[in-house]
Design a protein. Structure first.
Length: 463
């Protein structure tokens, strides 16, 4: 009798369950790799005209965080942080060589796809979501976790499709520091294949709400894109970032960037290659969003667009990430919610805030293990110049950013920069009268007991 009653109740309530599932918003979670503040145009970061029409259009519709920063200026730790909701100082994962999959700190927490799956979502992913690189099968799989995914493209053994490359490399710089056209069709690009797959998922009917993560790999090095995107900058007047003489004269030596590829500083080539990749990534983003608009779930889908960290293009004689300067930590972060008004938020926010914000947007219970903060109240409030966020290079080296200042702190050096008067962070005012109170306030945001760096993983030897 009890079994019969249970069956009857299930049949009667099943439409209600489906209705509840359908009412939950879908989530389109888009990561763009190594994308700095050269886009969207509203961030005012590009030194010359960089073409990002689709990102610009989205920023004109959605909620754009103009002072958003990564938790670590490197792919692996930044991505492990946003996907787990844990700050690197809570895990000891600070670098690309830190195998977070072997870190017991992550064993008892729910990763972002696991949390949505637990609450009834179909969870699909494709492209670079966790750390990975083009190259060998080992590099294309990267530090990928299968936890929580119903399916992943191209497979659970490879986050990245094989990338399209020129037959003959220009060999302009060392290793992957190279750029140009591929000389091959657009359809050969790995990102194009990922976006094609993602559009198919958006078009597929399903009973559950959808959490769909899409990773676009460009503008990660090497900067090779279909010829049309590289050629569009042929006649553009490219003004690469410049550095004043003696720019480093009052900056403590331990805080200076490593000046990677400094011989290319103030030359147009790298800026052209990077801008071409920015425009290509914008093109694929536009295709993805057009696919969403044409899909049956368009009116009930929240879009979140983020990037793992920024990128120096010669600022401070450095070409890369891996620093705690503004060029490396500032990231585009955008939320597009149906029915929400366009807004620009200047309060400092961090990528570790994305996980709890997504849960709030989906009306899911908060995850008590999250280190970040739900951004919805911050969106609705006035700008808070004193809210401070932390980006960590390792357990001994951190940067604090609020609405006006950036403060660097390592065990043997510190520096303070005032963005109201020095947006390029060239004039260290740490020793000026009046700075002590500012430093004292910002220091309260520093991790009190950061975990030490975990051991590095051992890569297999090439055959």
């Amino acid at each position: 009798m009890n079994r019969y009653l249970t069956l009857v109740l299930f049949i009667l309530l099943q439409p209600l369950f489906f209705c509840l599932g359908a009412s939950r918003p879908n989530i389109l979670f888009v990561s763009i790799d190594d994308f700095n503040d050269w886009g969207p145009t509203q961030l005012n970061g590009e030194p010359f005209d960089v073409d990002t029409p689709h990102f610009d259009s989205l920023a004109a519709e959605g909620i754009l965080f103009r002072n958003a920063h990564c938790n670590a200026p490197v792919c692996n730790s930044s991505r492990a942080s946003i996907m787990s909701g844990l700050h690197p100082a809570s895990t000891g994962v600070y670098g690309n060589g830190h195998d977070w999959l072997a870190n017991a700190r992550f064993d008892d927490i729910l990763l972002l796809p696991e949390y949505f799956k637990k609450h009834g979502y179909a969870t699909l992913g494709g492209g670079k979501i966790y750390h990975a690189n083009q190259g060998s099968a080992f590099e294309r799989k990267g530090l990928f976790s299968p936890r929580g995914w119903d399916d992943f493209f191209p497979s659970f053994d490879a986050q990245l499709p094989v990338q399209s490359m020129p037959e003959v490399l220009p060999d302009r710089g060392e290793g992957k520091f190279d750029w140009g056209g591929t000389g091959k069709p657009l359809e050969d690009m790995g990102d194009h294949k990922v976006v094609n797959w993602a559009i198919e998922q958006l078009e597929t009917s399903r009973d559950e709400p959808l959490f769909l993560a899409v990773g676009i790999y460009r503008p990660h090095m090497p900067w090779f894109v279909p010829d049309a995107f590289y050629d569009q900058y042929e006649d553009v007047e490219i003004t690469p970032p410049t550095n004043p003489a003696d720019w480093d004269k009052n900056i403590p030596e331990p805080l200076l960037p490593p000046r990677r590829f400094k011989e290319f500083a103030e030359t147009p080539g790298p800026s052209r290659g990077y801008a071409a990749c920015i425009s290509y990534a914008d093109f694929e983003l536009g295709r993805l969003l057009e696919g969403l608009r044409a899909s049956p779930i368009a009116d009930n889908t929240i879009v979140v667009i983020w990037t793992d960290h920024g990128w120096h293009l010669g600022e401070k004689e450095h070409f890369s990430k891996f620093t705690l300067w503004e060029e490396s930590t500032r990231v585009p972060l955008l939320i597009l919610k149906p029915g929400a008004q366009q807004q620009e938020v200047d309060t400092a926010v961090s990528l570790v805030d994305v996980y709890p914000t997504l849960l709030a947007l989906a009306d899911l219970p908060a995850n008590k293990n999250n280190d970040g903060e739900n951004l919805l109240p911050i969106i609705e409030a006035k700008t808070d110049l004193n809210r401070a966020i932390v980006t960590s290079k390792n357990e001994n080296y951190h940067a604090v950013r609020d609405g006006r200042y950036r403060y660097f702190k390592t065990y043997n050096a510190e520096a303070l920069f005032d963005h109201a008067n020095d947006p390029r962070e060239l004039n260290n005012i740490a020793n000026r009268p009046g700075s002590a109170a500012i430093i004292e306030r910002l220091s309260k945001a520093l991790p009190t007991a950061p975990l030490p760096s975990m051991p590095k993983r051992i890569k297999p030897k090439s055959p």
